[in-house]
Ligand binder design. Structure first.
Ligand code: ADP
Ligand code: MG
Length: 690
């Protein structure tokens, strides 16, 4: 149960004054659902304004507060901006400009001839002065002058600064006093304020100590929770698995293992032989050969007389794994089954029986394989593919299956930098496949200006038609996420799809995040089968989808993507014997960072290197919880803070758990509150269950 002192913070956001149904959507888009979320919705920056008597006193670009008298409305017909010409005390004119507003609005807010106090940034537009979207308009000086120093919050459409500031003020007033969970010596050394003071200060000004404390709290909560998971896993007994190598000896692999594969397999074997359940992450780029490592691990379990399960995030991936593993393990005398949510009736019954009686050795599927109705005779190893798609809590649920805790091998094709590996998977041991199988053809990566899109479609036409009697190839076309909302991105992808369909007919399919799963699956299946030649997608292309015949990838406005993301996308091609090409279409003006990103993409295919560079290029100030990298566990800590403060938080968490592993003491109790505050309460649940 959540500690009572936190209840006001976890009240729904509409318990605050002024939150009606109209605000619910815009708030939701920012991920703001409860009072707590508002308190942690930090200002991006602060503006300081100067009160001036006349426009002459203001400098272009400066934020000012000034008294103006509206003289004339100018709104062009159609969708042009609304301009209100207003006069200062010296008779000089300034245009107050709004996009998407009409004179009705002006009549209410700025009646002609009536003096108003206006706060905003003074700009020069040609020879004339203007203030675009003034921040405040008030009838008296107090209304506007009260805002000389003001927070600027990240907004979504339908929200205003004033609204957010008012909500923040209410939320901050509700903050309870909480006991201190940070080590007193650390607190003193860093000169960090207490929790409540830190939050209040962070909304009032750019106080680095306050911001650091808040980020540190989040990092500490994360480290603590991960360590508790780990400790709980250790406390449960697993079954030591020692295979005799019999099955593995019968495998007829068409290749020799890479050094990295052999090393990872040895590490896994070592873990499996222990009675403490394995909790290991296998990190390796797309194509680095994780499947055979997973198979080896599962064969150890089967050799030891137990069962293994492989969990995939989507049905398509489950099917692909089933096909690959069945092929690899053909003739060695084991029974592999596929179980997805789609299996019904007799077929499903037969599989369930096989799992109960132990005649099925390896079960592959989606989360359907862990539903309550599914019972295993002796499940000893769970392999999770594309780990980042599953949260820690799901991981925990999986390992509750079976009388004894199964060993767990998680796999991810997202090479993330070392600091982030610690943050995200701190409770796991890590094996890295940092070496690609030999003979891989590098992907020919080229940067092409967007103006040459006609050449690109011509090349695409040749590619699809095939040359010299060879069958045609397949291709991906990725549309960018550049606009503010997903809806716009989808509209752009749909437009591109329509254009390409006009040229290539119905061999073009479209995939994006708003499609119903059946529709999306059907499109992916058509592409995977080769019936469709071109897949147009937003960045949702299924991680891990394997279509070796797709050897061309086009990425529109590539400079807008992060390196890690570009790398993931490019990894869809280069899977067959044919040489693959990746065309990065770049838009007009390239930023320095954009230029560097594209250059790096041409230069290297090493996912780990690109991940480190990505972190460097994105710079310190950036939050991870953006659309670019949806899988960050952090909301308030920036990259720079993670790098600087995470090691500290990690050590602090370790120390706390070493001293008080049940979190029973005074600081322990405070730490429990912290876990709830950051919704890492699964950590606390483990404590009680354990
Ligand atoms: P991942 O799952 O890591 O993306 P896969 O396991 O699908 O990669 O392997 C990619 C391809 O490389 C497969 O066709 C696989 O058969 C092949 N492969 C794996 N290991 C080796 C190796 N040591 N030498 C040559 N080819 C390999
Ligand atoms: Mg794979």
């Amino acid at each position: 149960m959540r500690p009572e002192c936190l209840n006001p913070l976890f009240a729904a956001i509409d318990s605050l004054k002024g939150v009606g149904p109209g605000l619910a959507r815009p708030l939701e888009r920012l991920g703001l659902a409860r009072v707590r979320d508002i308190a942690y919705h930090m200002p991006d920056r602060f503006v300081s304004r100067r009160a001036v008597a006349t426009l002459d006193e203001g400098v272009a670009g400066e934020h000012i507060v000034i008294a103006l008298t509206p003289r004339e409305y100018r709104s062009s017909p159609g969708r042009g901006p609304l301009r209100v010409l207003a006069e200062d005390s010296a008779g000089d004119i300034c245009a107050l400009t709004w996009f998407g507003r009409n004179t009705g609005f002006a009549k209410k807010a700025l009646p002609l001839g009536e003096k108003r106090w206006v706060a905003g940034r003074l700009d020069l537009y040609g020879q004339s002065r203007q203030i675009v979207h003034p921040d405040h308009i008030a009838e008296d000086s107090a209304g506007a002058l009260g805002q000389l120093h003001e927070a600027v919050y990240p907004l979504s459409e339908g929200l205003t600064q004033g609204r957010l500031a008012a909500l923040a003020a209410q939320a901050l007033a509700l903050l309870p006093a909480l006991p201190e969970w940070i080590e007193p010596a650390l607190l003193a050394r860093e000169k960090w304020p207490a929790w409540r003071e830190a939050l209040i200060a962070a909304h009032q000004g750019s106080d680095p100590a306050a911001r650091d404390r808040i980020a540190y709290d989040e990092l500490l909560a994360n480290s603590l929770a991960l360590m508790l998971v780990r400790a709980a896993g250790r406390a449960r007994k697993g079954s030591p698995l020692r295979g005799d190598g019999g099955l593995r000896a019968r495998l007829k692999l068409p290749f020799a293992l890479t050094g990295a594969q052999a090393r990872s397999i040895a590490e896994i074997e070592g873990d499996l032989a222990q009675s403490a359940p394995m909790l290991r992450l296998l990190q390796g780029d797309v194509g680095s050969g994780k499947t055979v490592v997973a198979l080896s691990a599962m064969l150890v379990a089967v050799e030891a007389g137990a069962q293994a399960a492989l969990l995939a995030p989507t049905e398509i991936l489950a099917r692909q794994h089933y096909d690959t593993l069945s092929r690899m393990a053909a003739g060695i005398g084991i029974n592999i089954a596929l179980l997805t949510g789609r299996d019904k009736g007799r077929g499903r019954e037969a599989i369930l029986m096989g799992l109960v009686d132990g005649s099925i050795d390896i079960c592959i599927g989606t989360h359907a394989i862990f539903q309550d109705a599914v019972t295993y005779k002796n499940l000893a190893l769970v392999v999770i593919d594309e780990q980042h798609r599953f949260g820690v809590s799901q991981r925990l649920m999986l390992t509750q299956k079976g009388r004894r805790a199964p060993h767990c091998l998680a796999m991810t094709a997202t090479p993330i930098p070392r600091t982030l590996t610690l943050a995200q998977y701190g409770e796991m041991d890590v094996s890295r496949l940092d070496e690609m199988p030999p003979g891989r053809q590098p992907i020919d990566t080229r940067v092409v200006a967007l103006e040459r899109i006609d050449d690109v479609t011509s090349a695409l036409a040749r590619h699809i038609a095939g040359a010299d009697g060879k069958g045609g190839g397949q291709a991906y076309w990725v549309c960018p996420m550049v606009r503010e909302s997903e809806v716009d991105d989808i509209a752009a992808a749909e437009a591109r799809h329509a254009e390409l369909s006009a040229r290539f007919g119905d061999t073009v399919v479209l995939v994006h995040g708003q499609l119903r799963p059946e529709v999306k699956d059907a499109a992916m299946a058509r592409f995977a089968s080769g019936a469709a030649k071109l897949l147009v997608a937003t960045t949702v292309i299924e991680v891990g989808v394997d279509v070796p015949n797709a050897t061309l990838m086009v990425i529109e406005q590539a400079e807008r993507f992060g390196l890690a993301q570009l790398h993931q996308l490019r990894g869809r091609v280069g899977r067959g014997a044919e040489k693959s090409v990746c065309l990065l279409l770049r838009g007009g003006a390239l930023s320095e960072t954009g230029r560097e990103r594209l250059a790096l993409m041409r230069e290297t295919q090493d996912g780990f290197r690109l991940a480190e560079e990505d972190l460097r290029l994105r710079g310190g100030g950036e939050l991870l919880g953006t659309r670019q990298s949806g899988d960050s566990p952090f909301r308030v800590a920036t990259l720079e803070q993670i790098g600087r403060l995470l090691p500290l938080a990690h050590d602090d968490a370790r120390l706390l758990i070493d001293r008080d592993d049940g979190l029973e003491g005074e600081r322990g109790g405070a730490a429990r509150i912290l876990l709830y505050l950051f919704e890492r309460d699964w950590g606390v649940q483990l404590l009680r269950g354990g």
